[in-house]
Design a protein around this ligand. Structure first.
Ligand SMILES: NC(=O)c1ccc[n+]([C@@H]2O[C@H](COP(=O)([O-])OP(=O)(O)OC[C@H]3O[C@@H](n4cnc5c(N)ncnc54)[C@H](OP(=O)(O)O)[C@@H]3O)[C@@H](O)[C@H]2O)c1
Length: 292
């Protein structure tokens, strides 16, 4: 897609979306950021993005958002205060796609997830709804599309950490591929620059278990990280009362059963992105002070 044309980024305040905003601007595109609340707009404006207030679950807010755009990049996530996976990740993305089609947008790049349509992932709402929207996008006739399927975000390693201990549900003995949100944002910009079409799995160079991943980032910061594995079943009872805990339990049960690994070649060969390793990412987070 020609440089200088305008791309709407949905999920622009998120990890992948904000990285995509930076890389699209860096590649010479005009970026319009879809933001739910005005107070989150300042950083995006500082970067050079135009901000439009809207919500993908409210279709009437999307017409003005896509007006005059040639492309859309979507990296939405459901969650508390946002809505459930079906309303945000499926219906919200369908609303965005329909608004884009009506406004004559030519490109739609969607950030999904690795193994979104795996048979064992059907119980996991975030995966099921992504796979559902992938099907909808593949059927769209008037926009060309690319579906990015990133592996496990390196940033996810920060979630289970409490001081020097990581609590990772399940045994997690199968390998996982790791990628930084920054590299997904970089790939999203390349998808526009190179007019990449079709579905692509995105992974960095590391393919290892959670325990090994913590060992690699621990080495980067010269810290020892102890990994404990509470059984997934321990989350089942609280999961009955708190839906997010239930979703998380089903997700970790899925990783336990299927792993989450893929070949890293397409990120380099199709997108021309040389992804950072866990060790390099670890050095960055220790330097920034995010990890003690
Ligand atoms: N974590 C992993 O390892 C992993 C692996 C593969 C794929 N993924 C998927 O990658 C995607 C992006 O992840 P991420 O970490 O970048 O997500 P994130 O940081 O949680 O950001 C999600 C974005 O979606 C926006 N959003 C949510 N509901 C919205 C609505 N109704 N209207 C407009 N915007 C809305 C949020 O806006 P607000 O700031 O206003 O809430 C935020 O900008 C997710 O779908 C995730 O499931 C994750």
């Amino acid at each position: 897609m020609e440089r200088g044309s305008r791309v709407l980024v949905a999920g622009a305040t998120g990890r992948v979306g904000s990285a995509a905003v930076r890389h699209l601007l860096g590649a010479g595109y005009e970026v319009r950021a879809l933001v739910r609340r005005a107070e989150k707009a300042a950083k995006l404006r500082e970067l050079g993005a135009e901000v439009v207030i809207g919500d993908v679950t409210k279709p009437d807010t999307l017409g003005p958002a896509v007006e005059g755009c040639r492309g859309v990049f979507s990296a939405l996530a459901a969650g508390p205060g946002r809505g459930d996976a079906q309303s945000v990740e499926y219906r919200g993305n369908v609303n965005l796609l329909r608004a884009a089609e009506a406004a004559g947008v030519r490109r739609f790049v969607y950030s999904s997830a690795l193994m979104a349509d795996h048979p064992l992932a059907r119980e996991v709402a975030e995966f099921r709804e992504k796979a559902h929207f992938e099907g909808e996008l593949a059927e769209a006739r008037n926009v060309s599309h690319a579906i990015l399927r990133p592996a496990m975000f390196m940033e996810t390693l920060l979630m289970p950490l409490q001081g020097p201990v990581a609590f990772v549900p399940g045994r997690q003995r199968l390998p996982v591929s790791w990628i930084s949100a920054e590299d997904i944002g970089r790939a999203a910009a390349r998808a526009f620059e190179r007019d990449i079409e079709g579905r692509h799995e995105l992974a960095g160079p590391d393919r290892c278990t959670w325990d090994e991943a913590y060992a690699r980032i621990g080495e980067a910061g010269r810290r020892r990280i102890t990994v404990l594995h509470p059984p997934v079943a321990a989350m089942s009872l609280p999961g009955r009362f708190v839906p997010q805990v239930g979703d998380l339990a089903r997700m970790f049960a899925f990783f336990d059963a299927a792993g989450y690994a893929t070949d890293p070649a397409s990120l380099r060969e199709v997108f021309g992105v040389e992804a950072i390793s866990l060790r390099e990412w670890g050095e960055k987070v220790f330097r920034s002070g995010t990890l003690g």
